[in-house]
Design a protein around this ligand. Structure first.
Ligand SMILES: *Cc1c(COP(=O)(O)O)cnc(C)c1O
Length: 389
């Protein structure tokens, strides 16, 4: 008998610190390990399985497309790709969509678009893109350059030039950078995910958006983690009353299949022309068919339930012993615990609840569709794990 963990550790690149757990199947908000033990999933992968595992409607939509056509290169039209692009535009007011396969790629497209737009509109020296300290934008060399965390940069120099990082919330510092550099765009997450589940100050974001308009700078929002209903609105920028020029998204969009999207607003809708960008797998019809199903179910009533579940998590955990602070928005929740977060996560896992971390915080990203009784059950386990010494 092959020991699966040993096989994995021997042959899979050593880039992940995996939990000692092998998942074999899932059903809604519950995952099962290879012994048949059930776990309530408070991570959705990492914010991916928006409607849980093998959700009936999503699975049917995916299967139906799989039985028709699994792939068709971007030399041809396919119905799910066109339909999804239209839905994304109609729900956001954006004008066009470029499809890829991941968050990093969605940001790459955003950055390429900004660079070309600025070079054409403002001159070839206008190349700088400002991002925030503590941000996370992905793992490619350019997305790493955008990411405002030095820890991820070590060992990988030289990164793509032209990125500057400024502290979230410090508008004066941002304004200063804009004065001193030729800035093409400002890229930010409304709620920093990997950075510790920190929501941006609304005043900071509104002033940033106003500055972008005034100086003709692109406002680019990274909705890879916050998007597709996660925060209780379709996209997190909708909480803030700003209109971005470019939105990147991925994670929850495909409901578990790889799909990235870069939404292009009026200013940049014609920036990318034939041959400027591409992706072999981008816009895969099976992934898009799944996403069409996800998006069609994220209506106002559903999003209100997401927000209500988020409020319920806060209500329980803010009162809990061993909890110092609760941060985030909607069903994207950060919990600062007194105990080391690794211990809390391990305890939760023993008790049948899967949780994530972000920096030194517990991070909760349950399926948006998690039934209330399961949510209550998971919260009871988490509360207990935070309290235990
Ligand atoms: C996860 C994440 C990314 C990277 O997405 P990948 O699909 O892993 O490339 C980028 N930005 C944010 C905000 C993320 O949370």
């Amino acid at each position: 008998m092959i020991d699966l963990m040993e096989q994995d550790q021997t042959y899979v690149a050593n880039t992940y610190a995996r939990f000692p757990l092998t998942l074999t199947r899932g059903e809604g908000a519950v995952a099962y390990d290879d012994t048949g033990k059930a776990y309530i999933d408070m991570g959705s992968g990492i914010g991916v399985t928006a409607f849980g595992y093998r959700d009936r409607e999503w699975t049917d939509a995916v299967k139906a497309q799989l039985e028709l056509l699994q792939h068709a290169s971007n030399l041809y039209y396919t119905q799910p790709c066109a339909q999804l692009a239209q839905m994304l535009c109609q729900r956001t007011g954006m004008k066009k969509v470029f499809f890829s396969n991941s968050g990093a790629e969605a940001n790459e497209c955003a950055i390429k678009t900004a660079r070309k737009w600025a070079a054409e509109k403002k001159g070839p020296d206008c190349q700088t893109i400002i991002t925030l300290v503590n941000s996370f934008h992905g793992r490619t060399i350019t997305a790493l350059a955008a990411t405002g965390q030095d820890a991820y940069h070590r060992h990988f120099q030289p990164l793509t030039p032209g990125f500057l990082h400024t502290p979230a919330g410090d508008f004066a510092a941002l304004e200063q950078l804009v004065k001193e550099h030729q800035v093409a765009g400002i890229l930010l997450e409304c709620v920093q995910g990997e950075g510790g589940v920190m929501a941006l100050d609304p005043d900071f974001l509104r002033r940033t958006a106003a500055l972008c308009r005034q100086e003709d700078i692109l406002l680019m929002i990274d909705e890879v983690q916050t998007g597709n209903g996660r925060t209780g609105k379709l996209y997190s920028y909708m909480h803030y009353g700003v209109q971005p020029d470019i939105v990147s998204t991925a994670k929850g969009l495909g409901g578990g299949l790889p799909l990235g999207a870069t939404l292009l607003g009026e200013k940049v809708e014609h920036t990318l022309g034939r041959g400027d960008h591409g992706s072999t797998f981008g816009g895969n019809p099976v992934c898009c068919a799944g996403a069409v199903n996800i998006l069609s179910r994220l209506d106002d009533a559903f999003l209100e339930q997401v927000a209500a579940k988020g409020r319920r998590i806060r209500e329980v955990l803010e009162q809990a012993e061993g909890v110092e602070a609760v941060t985030g928005l909607g069903l994207m929740v950060g919990v600062k615990t007194t105990k080391p977060v690794a211990q809390v996560i391990a305890r939760c896992r023993e008790q049948g609840v899967l949780c994530l971390s972000a920096k030194d915080k517990l991070r909760l990203l349950p399926p948006l569709s998690i039934p209330e009784p399961l949510l209550e059950q998971a919260l009871e386990v988490i509360r207990e794990a935070c309290r235990m010494t």
